[in-house]
Design a binder for this molecule. Structure first.
Ligand code: FUB
Length: 314
């Protein structure tokens, strides 16, 4: 399926889309997370359903899309929703999917029904497309497990990471950045919740990736949010702040990134509020642009484009 405008000149049609960002214009997507599995990119997004940009987020489920070339996308619809978690009462905020031993774990942000504030839950499936079910029947992280802020939304935006030695970690937080080891079963913490230092102006949206021997921790900073990043030789830090990776995204005070390598190229997936005619703070849309490294391993600032990824990645 070729999306968007196809250009016809003279004798025929180019099969290349002119503008690929945002990658979907008829559905509002936010807070991307992505994995590569079996030569396919699986993109998991939040779903903005607010009718306008005046009040607040209305987010009830999460959507899944897949692509074999990052240009042509298949839609798989909602694969997880607030109602799949009996202990939650709303706010399907940012989430993250990771595969381990043939199972797919979907860590999600939700508002807890009985414990004040936001919480993190986890669903599991045997396939990247589900069916997913609540793996615990209760939250993995609740707001009362962290008491170092006055806000009730400090336990949001989970990001899982499995290191080369097999140890899994969960990163998360708003205002305070946190991480903890996960047991091999991926659904229980394996030790204390630890603070992460060295991330100036940290707001939220942690994402960890590794290239060669260097760990990268990117995050939303300030408000309106830019994406900054830090690097470390160890998953436990110390983290060295390296600068801005992405400027404020058009017409959206939030931003939220996923970083993946696909077919030897790197991609930065994010959201903006720029989609016409009614995009904005609570009606966001996911976009993708290339991510480039400098020879010393630092990251080049992302250039947000309307074109996005127009040539199939093979
Ligand atoms: O989408 C709701 C919240 O806004 C997310 O959890 C944050 O990362 C920000 O994008």
């Amino acid at each position: 399926m070729i999306r968007k405008t196809l250009v016809g000149i003279g004798i025929g049609l180019f099969s290349t889309a002119l503008y690929a960002n945002p990658i979907f214009t008829d559905v509002r997507t936010a807070d991307p997370a992505a994995i590569v599995h079996d030569d396919t990119v699986y993109l998991y997004t939040g779903h903005d359903e607010a009718k306008d940009n005046k009040t607040f987020f209305l987010m009830r489920d999460w959507l899944v899309f897949s692509s074999k070339d990052m240009v042509n996308w298949q839609r798989h619809g909602p694969k997880l929703s607030v109602t799949d978690f009996s202990w939650a009462k709303g706010d399907a905020w940012a989430a993250h999917v990771i595969e381990r031993d043939g199972k797919f774990y979907w860590y999600v942000t939700l508002r807890h029904a009985t414990i004040e504030g936001f919480a993190i839950g986890v669903a599991v499936a045997d396939s990247p497309l589900g069916p997913f079910k609540d793996a615990l029947g209760k939250a993995l992280i609740t707001n009362d497990m962290t008491t170092d802020t006055d806000i009730d939304w400090d336990d949001i935006d989970p990001a899982a990471f499995i290191d080369d030695d097999g140890q899994a970690y969960l990163f998360w937080g708003n205002t305070k950045a946190r991480y903890a080891k996960l047991k091999d079963n991926m659904i229980e913490l394996d030790g204390p919740i630890m603070p992460i230092e060295g991330l100036p102006n940290f707001t939220e949206a942690l994402w960890v990736h590794k290239r060669d021997d260097l760990y990268y921790l990117s995050y939303a900073m300030g408000f309106p949010e830019k994406i900054g990043y830090a690097t470390s030789k160890s998953i436990h830090g110390p983290w060295q702040y390296r600068g801005i990776l992405n400027e404020v995204a058009g017409n959206s005070p939030t931003n939220h990134q996923a970083i993946i390598e696909f077919k030897d190229r790197w991609f930065f997936i994010y959201h903006t509020g720029a989609s016409q005619p009614d995009g904005g703070e609570f009606r966001r849309a996911v976009a993708i642009d290339p991510l480039y490294y400098n020879p010393d391993g630092t990251l080049q600032r992302v250039i947000m484009t309307s074109e996005g990824i127009t040539e199939p990645v093979r």
